[in-house]
Design a protein around this ligand. Sequence first.
Ligand SMILES: Cc1cc2nc3c(=O)[nH]c(=O)nc-3n(C[C@H](O)[C@H](O)[C@H](O)COP(=O)(O)OP(=O)(O)OC[C@H]3O[C@@H](n4cnc5c(N)ncnc54)[C@H](O)[C@@H]3O)c2cc1C
Length: 491
Amino acid sequence: MDADGRDAMVRGQAASRRRRVLVLGAGLAGLAASEALIRHFGSQVEVSVLEGRQCAGGRVGSFQDPKMNMTVDYCQHVAMGCCANFLDLMRRCDLEAHWDVCSSLRFASRDFSNRLVRTWKWLPAPLHQLPILWRLPFVSIRNRFQIQIALWKIMRWSGSDCSDGVTAQNWLLAQGQSRDSIELFWDVFACSALGETTDNISFASLRHLFVDGFVSHRDASDLWIPRAPLSEIFGVELVTHLRSLGVQMEFGSFVERIDQHQAGFRIVTKSGDAYEADHVISAVPWHQVGKLTETITDLRGLKAAADLQTSSITGIHLWFDRPLGDWSHLISVGTATQWIFRPVWRSRPMVESASHQLDASHYYYQVVISGSQHWKHLSNDELQKIVLEEIRELSPSCRDARLVCSRVVTDPRAVIVCHPDVDKSRPPARTALPRFHLAGDWTATGWPSTMEGAVISGRNAVASLARQEGWDFSNGYAQPKQGWVAKMLVR
Ligand SMILES: Cc1cc2nc3c(=O)[nH]c(=O)nc-3n(C[C@H](O)[C@H](O)[C@H](O)COP(=O)(O)OP(=O)(O)OC[C@H]3O[C@@H](n4cnc5c(N)ncnc54)[C@H](O)[C@@H]3O)c2cc1C
């Protein structure tokens, strides 16, 4: 046998030893699982991703607005400094430069002009957060003291006491928090980060938000805001990176059924293509997984995932004829409007085009309303009208702004709700079938439905696969940073 023949034989033997892994769904969970698989076990696996749509990203995606001829995200996404695994993925895939880091929050309400609140990075966590509470004009002095005491109790609350089915609101009321503190402080943060107000989320999830997101480290509450469309970051750049590592990406491959086949699986897509795999990582959403697996007796329990309670998020895309202010974000308190973002990289001064057609150079803003199911009795036009009135009240410079174009986009199943019993319904990555693994922000990650939760879920699925194969994945996760004072204070 000549050298070429020997090489081919060696490659053939290596390939035959390789495990064929099919990842179903190219949302962030599926992409994170593929990255972890190829990085840790590149010589032992062949990884293919089957995605139903023509592009990757799932909920972290964008669309082309036909009127403004502009790529717009379905909804503004932000990460926080505490999202260790998400940021680790961005770093590893050279995508960090696509994010701006913002250490200050700008709050506004009808009764007070907007105020920028910076954390004191020169103090150790959690003391660096003092200005957030003490500089919020819409929280009374009395309520600030109350909130401070509750924050202390949250830090000192033993983690193991949190899973007793208590809603965050009941816990806060039991600690003597006033209705005002709940509405103007706790609900503002809970709704932004967890998609629901404190009456419908567990105390455990509220504690997680404040301990991990605000208390643990000086950088934990930094906002990471994308500086490019989500479709570019995840749909183009992340996919290009994964392809360069050897991941096969198949788009327009909507999986219709999965059957057990010999020791592995046979997957059939809507267009009739069939794939065989030793392992499957399902990274499709909770409302899809049951349909895919209904022929497999051991996985029938997954059907129940479709009953997970969900919360909707609405993005109101607004194009004005002038800037509304010199800020890039506003957190609005006591209004339907929760956040207003101005993606600066997208907005340019208005230029009258020759054809008098609207072009993408108008001032673009996006209003985000989490938990927008509470407004479902209103039509899109009615909700937009309320939001526009609020914007005009929030800042005098907004009053004369003329709306050029608008669009309301609601995802009714944006995130799952962290209600007190949710953890009983979120399955782990490992299933009754040793070679079938689950990923997705809805699985048991210890995190709410977020980009961080999705990335952790992808890594959990790889950990499950590695355990089954006897491979070492002990260094597969990024650990969140914790400051030394926080280490002493948080129980
Ligand atoms: C409006 C909105 C705002 C949000 N804001 C934030 C935020 O600011 N910060 C944050 O951290 N998180 C935010 N999130 C949550 C975040 O987007 C999600 O947690 C995360 O993207 C979930 O990723 P995933 O991969 O688990 O699921 P998905 O993104 O839903 O991916 C699932 C993929 O599976 C594919 N698929 C489904 N069925 C099939 C099938 N049968 N065959 C093949 N493919 C299939 C889908 O097309 C999709 O690409 C927001 C979500 C929404 C909707």
